[in-house]
Design a protein around this ligand. Structure first.
Ligand SMILES: N[C@@H](Cc1c[nH]c[nH+]1)C(=O)O
Length: 400
């Protein structure tokens, strides 16, 4: 019988793991250096907690059978779980806000073709904070994390769920849902073909075109005759973009402002963003000011924002920078005869105490010296220690 993995599942072999660790350790160092602390939430939760009051589609959750009446599921993402964990822990006491939390673990999603997928995310949540400094911190922390792993040519697609909502609300109510759908798909043609009054159609087309260099988009936005009531939202976005551009070297090439941009999860209430690199979406996130209220006993909410990095996509986008070989053992310790086994273990243990040494491995059979040498060479082990029963050691450098 052939044991195959379910579609969408995969084994990570040692080289995959080494590459993943390379990425994770760098990203976590950046998170920690900004004051973020690690949180671990359970893999399995009640389905109703994971769906964040309707903001996460239950169809995307892998559901589990249980004996209790509540349906359980595997977490499809972390933001809802962290909101659940902290909703009642934050309070008016100054010491509780803000909370800076990070995570690094696996998530599970059911895809449309009913396959399931396990993937890994490393991300942060900044709970109980709003305003330019909080939004700026998250964008800059994201940029620093991606720079730390030397990701080339990435771009942030920045939207604003609140402003996009307000722009759609300017449409007469009966047209909103249709325009929203076409906007989400960037379907200009559908809008051109819609049966709309001329001025409404003109405005709907203006909305589809609100994508590009931040300066151009903002100037189109502020000169539109429709948006005079939205100066506060527009100037907030402008200040955030100014902050980004003043603190980041390649900033203006790296940011695309897209006011038609909508995230898959529906808990966002402010800025939203994806990071794209070579057709991979390597990170996404945004502000969610009402989500904690879904979990609070009195529905009290705390403004919050965060992002996650999709580690597989980042790994694919990075390939060149990542380690291509595994680290090898520094020594192969060989018991020359069965009565030298104890001395071999003792010598290996002594070598492992040396500070620079990564790993020491033992030869497990009593093979001919030349076979052992071939073995060390093929594994890239640079040194061999031959141990005799009286504890005598003969060291040899492998001819690699
Ligand atoms: N949890 C979101 C990303 C996010 C983190 N914080 C806010 N948003 C996702 O998996 O897409």
């Amino acid at each position: 019988m052939v044991h195959q993995l379910p579609t969408g599942a995969k084994d990570l072999l040692p080289l995959d793991v080494a590459q993943k660790r390379w990425i994770e350790s760098r990203i976590q160092q950046v998170f920690q250096s900004w004051g973020y602390q690690r949180i671990i939430t359970p893999t399995v939760e009640h389905l109703r907690s994971l769906t964040a009051g309707g903001a996460v589609d239950p169809k995307s959750v892998i559901q589990l059978h249980s004996n209790s009446i509540d349906i359980l599921g595997l977490r499809p993402e972390f933001t809802a779980s962290i909101a659940r964990a902290y909703a009642a822990r934050l309070g008016s006491h100054v010491a509780t806000c803000p909370q800076r939390l990070y995570y690094n673990a696996n998530v599970f999603r059911r895809r449309a073709n009913s396959t399931s997928e396990e993937s890994f995310q490393a991300g942060v949540e900044l709970l109980g904070a709003s305003g330019l400094l909080a939004d700026g911190e998250i964008l800059l922390l994201l940029a620093e994390s991606l720079d730390r792993v030397e990701l080339p040519d990435w771009q942030i697609i920045l939207g604003d769920a609140r402003l996009t909502g307000a722009l759609l609300d300017l449409l007469p109510e009966q047209y909103r849902a249709k325009v929203r759908q076409s906007l989400a798909k960037l379907d200009r043609i559908a809008i051109t073909e819609m049966d709309l009054p001329e001025d409404v159609k003109g405005y709907a087309l203006e909305l589809v075109d609100l994508r590009g260099k931040p300066k151009d988009v903002l100037s189109r936005l502020s000169t539109s005759k429709w948006t005079s009531g939205l100066t506060g939202e527009i100037s907030y976005l402008k200040s955030l973009i100014d902050l980004w551009e003043s603190t980041n070297q390649n900033a203006s090439d790296r940011l695309i402002l897209d006011l038609s941009f909508m995230q898959t999860f529906d808990y966002y209430t402010g800025i939203v963003f994806d990071v794209a690199c070579n057709n991979y979406v390597v990170a996404q996130g945004g502000r969610y000011d009402r989500l904690l209220g879904v979990y609070h006993p009195q529905n009290v909410s705390y403004p919050s924002i965060g992002f996650c990095i999709n580690l597989e996509d980042l790994q694919q986008a990075l390939q060149k920078q990542l380690p291509q070989t595994l680290t090898t053992s520094s020594w192969l310790v060989v018991a020359k005869t069965p009565d030298a086994m104890q001395a071999a273990f003792a010598h290996a243990a002594k070598l492992r105490q040396e500070p620079q040494i990564e790993a020491i491995e033992l030869e497990l059979e009593f093979r001919d010296a030349d076979v052992v040498r071939d073995h060390a060479r093929s594994r890239g082990i640079p040194q061999i220690a031959w141990v005799s029963s009286d504890g005598a050691i003969a060291s040899e450098t492998t001819a690699i």
